[in-house]
Design a protein around this ligand. Sequence first.
Ligand code: BEZ
Ligand code: FE
Length: 291
Amino acid sequence: MRNLNQENITEAVIRSFDGAPNARLKDILSNLVSHLHAFAREVQLTEEEWTQGIEFLTRCGHITDEKRQEFILLSDVLGLSMLTVAMNNEKSAGCTESTVFGPFHVSDAPHYELGADISNGARGTSCLVRGVIRGLDGKPVPEAEIDVWQSDEDGLYDVQYADLDHAQARGILKSDVEGRYSFRSVLPVPYAIPNDGPVGQMLDQAGRHPWRPAHLHFMITAPGYQTLITHVFREDSDYIDSDAVFGVRQSLICQWGLQNDGSYLLEYDFVLQSVASDGLATPVSQCETTT
Ligand code: BEZ
Ligand code: FE
């Protein structure tokens, strides 16, 4: 371990994990060091750049608290969150694809009856959302728990309003015996991810925008099925081809139909992957176009 140099330091650090009792941890740390050193060599990292990187991560730490998680945001904008979701949620053909979770879910959203207005005072154009939850065999999934959350017409989630003391534009519903769900809410619009911190500065310096295309978030759970965490995106939304967090999937894009009374209708069916199943292939859209 004396007189280590550019050539042999990587091997020495990797060997330092030889005695790690947890084989998985050993593998992860060894590979992390291997790739980190390769990265530093490849870009010929200067000491000044190393310091800037440390200061950036320090700023991420300082802005992070129980409400703001800058490291997840960093993972999101670097595509690491979506890569991890994609690697861990491969589905059989026909199942609804997963996408990123995001920071705006809350665990104690209000429960609603089917058909209820979950906006609960959130501002926006009225929108009816309905569809069916099915298994891959086509059978309806009754009693599925559907947790939905979204931003209002200003692109803000309820938790982003400091003085709001109740849930808006979020709620939990249960599918009926035929797997059907429905609720009324407001039309989602594109919004910027939190960009007043170091990740926002990084995007700025990289010449990238912080916007996400309009979407609804869904988390659907049912006994015997894998939990589905996903979005449904508006087809005509700005940023649909440049999502700041790389979460868009073709099969999750749908047209929200403008109705005669000025409100919108989204019809979207979800197909859940059963806990036991495998046999993976290309997903298909579950979008029904209504105008
Ligand atoms: C969201 O869709 O809520 C979201 C996802 C990733 C980062 C920020 C927001
Ligand atoms: Fe969102």
